[in-house]
Ligand binder design. Structure first.
Ligand code: R5P
Length: 260
């Protein structure tokens, strides 16, 4: 890995712990004004001190985020469908490498839809993006998107994660499931988890703990942080699991004390 690529990876995944707490606020690229993200700049401001990286689109970044932010940017560079479609898999690359560099992106994020009608297109897009990333020393995060008809089990997610790594992704994001260790063992690059739909805070902390215990290199969590009534307490509790090896019970105690 050349120096620029290694340096950007170290911005995302802490060399001290080998882990990452990424704050995901890119949902608007296909969901529009997601609850809690009507004004992303205001949402993320109190959370950024606790996040290792911010996953966001270029439009939200340019229009709502203070350029003085200190968190590395994981730039969402795929899109092309909306929640109005039954099938969300018809994505393409939506941002040029030049614009990503202009925005000082530390990582490029793209979804792949293994098993979907657009499997080939999204996998070839990932490969092309990895070529661009290699050219400029920018790592690529592959997101294993899951269609409604696909089972979120270790066999399927393990297949999607391994393919993403084989095609060149430097980091893979997937969902936590039973047998998560198998996914991590079969994937030669760091695997992080998405938080998914909003659930009770206690359950989201358990999810993060289970994933980290099973070998995840971190979490890319959005709704379970910014849709919480106590987002600042929540991100600190999740951070304690990711970087301080706290259990979910310890993180819950921390959350309760912080929310006051
Ligand atoms: C979803 O399409 C985006 O990639 C999100 O960044 C991802 O799902 C993580 O956010 P959440 O924790 O809300 O699922």
């Amino acid at each position: 890995m050349d120096w620029g690529m290694a340096n950007r990876m170290a911005e995302i995944i802490s060399p001290a712990t080998g882990r990452c707490l990424m704050l995901a606020v890119d949902h608007g690229y296909f969901q529009g004004p997601t609850t809690g993200l009507e004004k992303p700049g205001e949402t993320v401001k109190p959370l950024l001190p606790y996040a290792d990286a911010l996953m966001i689109t270029r439009g939200a970044l340019r229009n709502t985020i203070d350029p003085g932010l200190r968190a590395p940017v994981v730039l969402r560079v795929s899109g092309g469908t909306s929640i109005l479609q039954d099938d969300l898999s018809s994505e393409d690359i939506t941002v040029s490498a030049e614009d990503a560099i202009r925005l000082n992106a530390s990582c490029l994020a793209i979804s792949i839809f293994v098993g979907s009608a657009n499997e080939k297109t999204t996998l070839v897009n990932l490969s092309k993006l990895c070529d661009k990333g290699q050219r400029y020393g920018i790592p690529v995060l592959a997101v294993t998107a899951v269609g409604k008809q696909m089972t979120r089990d270790a066999r399927y997610l393990g297949l999607a994660c391994r393919i993403a790594a084989e095609l060149g992704a430097q980091i893979v994001k997937t969902y936590y499931c039973e047998g998560f260790e198998k996914i991590v063992n079969g994937c030669p690059v760091p695997v992080i988890i998405a938080g998914g739909k909003k659930i009770e805070e206690r359950d989201a902390l358990r999810l993060a703990y289970q994933a980290i215990s099973a070998g995840a290199s971190g979490v890319d969590m959005g709704r379970n942080i910014f849709q919480s009534k106590w987002p600042v307490a929540m991100i600190q509790a999740v951070r304690s699991i990711v970087h301080e090896n706290k259990t979910d019970a310890e993180a819950w105690d921390m959350f309760e004390s912080l929310r006051g």
